[in-house]
Design a protein around this ligand. Structure first.
Ligand code: HEC
Ligand code: HEC
Ligand code: HEC
Ligand code: HEC
Ligand code: HEC
Length: 380
């Protein structure tokens, strides 16, 4: 009753479309605080972001427009229903938008063609029990609290049957899944914020699930999840041994996860004073190959023609990996060892400015952890 009273006091409240998608701008009228963080998320930019647009263009140029529709099914998921394959409607550009996620009524991961069941229109599916809204119907959904919800886009097998995105299955096999820790528990924690604006519903909850849903683009989160230790070293004769340990202690899946272009590398450098006398690189990566054995280095190839896995040296959830490296013929006197773990993503982006549209290479490289030790000869 209170609700109706407030609604009439406010006059016209924005309503959602009862038989079609509704823009995030409408949801924002009442769900301001959720909208403010979603707008900054990669989900809201999954269609417009230049990195995606470059790869999408390559896909269409290399494999044809039909293959491009596959990309749209996750990066502009409303096209599953609008069939707006030329991206003419504004809702398409909203990418993974509010209304898409909150219209999901079921996920069936055994359906390889399309695991997502959606009900477009009046009802919004969400985790709150006993919620009531003057703008839309509400359906309580336990699915929204579970990893299967995210799996519908974060697990993908390409036409060759190769798992290109395996974040869900990596999680499924982990201790986190056994303990019941879902994607949302790490990626959408409860934070202070109004579920609905005060003037619309004064008694609505005052904590919200964080909707920026960040991953490795939030480097602080990576730094908390992955640690690097130098466990010891030995300098025997002219050989130096270094013993290190890299641990995935906080990531609920492999580190790195997702696209095969996401990789980490541990750089170990032995120095005499400031001059490098030896260097090793230990990669943490999944390397995919085409049918003909050519390594895959781009997103459009990974999603379309990757056929098998050459190697997978990523850190499994909770894995602590010992690394031993030896440097031979060391003659130096003032030795030090530095070890640095980087997260890297090499890709391309579509730039659109006064010189027109073009694709440019991008390399992102972030420092995750770093250690430095002085090394003395054995027995001293
Ligand atoms: C006129 C205001 C208004 C608009 C516009 C609006 N909502 Fe809501 N919404 C509410 C209110 C009020 C609640 C109930 C909160 C409660 O009872 O605690 C709610 C609840 C929800 C819930 C929670 C349901 C649950 O069971 O967890 C979801 C999800 C939701 N809205 C999504 C949306 C989406 C998506 C849009 C845009 C398509 C939207 N809303 C537009 C007012 C609005
Ligand atoms: C409708 C498809 C879809 C659903 C459902 C979905 N995602 Fe995503 N997600 C994407 C796409 C597409 C991207 C890539 C966006 C881009 O960068 O272009 C992405 C990106 C991400 C990222 C990367 C952000 C970063 O900083 O690197 C994280 C983390 C993430 N999603 C987590 C989740 C979680 C957790 C859920 C479930 C609550 C979820 N996603 C549900 C499609 C989806
Ligand atoms: C990637 C999918 C996704 C997108 C995009 C998304 N949500 Fe959500 N939303 C969720 C999930 C999952 C939950 C429940 C999380 C939980 O309970 O652990 C949720 C919860 C909610 C709730 C219930 C209150 C709360 O915080 O738990 C509301 C209201 C809501 N979302 C509104 C919105 C609005 C408005 C937008 C757009 C501005 C939006 N959502 C975008 C997946 C999404
Ligand atoms: C125990 C906490 C935890 C759980 C559970 C968890 N994640 Fe993550 N996730 C992280 C951390 C920490 C990172 C950053 C380090 C990394 O990239 O692994 C991350 C990164 C990501 C990324 C970014 C990948 C990249 O390199 O850009 C995506 C996408 C993602 N998670 C999706 C998911 C999905 C989907 C699930 C559920 C199937 C999930 N996560 C479960 C903690 C978690
Ligand atoms: C099954 C859903 C799905 C399909 C289909 C899909 N993607 Fe994605 N894509 C994602 C998710 C989820 C992420 C982000 C997280 C990750 O890397 O794990 C992503 C990330 C990306 C990124 C990185 C964006 C960034 O900002 O870092 C590019 C580029 C990309 N996809 C291109 C494509 C192309 C091109 C296609 C079509 C050939 C495609 N995707 C098809 C789900 C999908």
């Amino acid at each position: 009753m209170l609700l109706c009273h407030i609604a009439s006091a406010l006059g016209q409240l924005p309503q959602v479309n009862s038989d079609d998608w509704t823009s995030a701008a409408v949801c924002a009228e009442c769900h301001q605080s959720i909208h403010a963080v979603w707008r900054e998320s990669l989900h809201s930019k999954s269609w417009v972001n230049g990195v995606f647009q470059a790869a999408y263009r390559r896909t269409k140029e290399t494999y044809g427009a039909k293959q491009g529709r596959v990309c749209m099914s996750c990066h502009a998921p409303t096209v599953r229903h609008t069939k707006d394959y030329d991206a003419k409607e504004p809702i398409t550009a909203e990418g993974v938008t509010c209304d898409f996620c909150h219209s999901v009524k079921g996920v069936d991961m055994s359906d390889a063609v399309d695991p997502i069941r959606v009900e477009v229109g009046a009802a919004k599916y969400g985790p709150l029990r006993h919620a009531q809204s003057p703008a839309h119907k509400i359906v309580n959904s336990e699915l929204h609290k579970r990893s299967e919800f995210c799996a519908s886009c974060h697990e993908y097998r390409n036409p060759n049957g190769l798992t290109v995105l395996g974040t869900y299955s990596e999680w499924k096999g982990s201790s986190y899944a056994k303990r019941g820790t879902q994607c949302q528990d790490c990626h959408m924690p409860l934070v202070p914020g109004r579920v609905v604006a005060l003037d619309v519903k004064p008694d609505a909850p005052t904590s919200v699930n964080l909707h920026n849903i960040s991953g490795s683009h939030d480097i602080e989160r990576v730094r908390q999840a992955v640690t690097l230790e130098v466990e010891g070293y030995e300098w025997i004769g002219d050989r130096v041994w270094a013993y290190l340990k890299v641990t995935n202690k906080g990531s609920g899946h492999c580190f790195p996860t997702g696209l095969p272009m996401h990789r980490a590398v541990l750089e170990i450098t032995l120095r005499d004073g400031s001059a490098a006398v030896g260097m090793r690189e230990i990669p943490f990566e999944i390397v995919m190959l085409t049918k003909d054995g050519k390594p895959i280095s781009t997103e459009h190839e990974a999603f379309t023609v990757a056929a098998r896995i050459r190697s997978d040296t990523r850190l499994k959830p909770n894995e602590a990996r010992r690394i031993e490296v030896a440097f031979d013929k060391v003659k130096a006197t003032r030795l030090s060892l530095s070890a640095t773990l980087f997260y890297e993503y090499t890709t391309e982006t579509l730039v659109d400015d006064e010189d027109g549209q073009r694709i440019e290479p991008v390399q992102m490289k972030f420092l995750v952890a770093s250690r430095r030790n002085t090394i003395r000869p054995a027995g001293r």
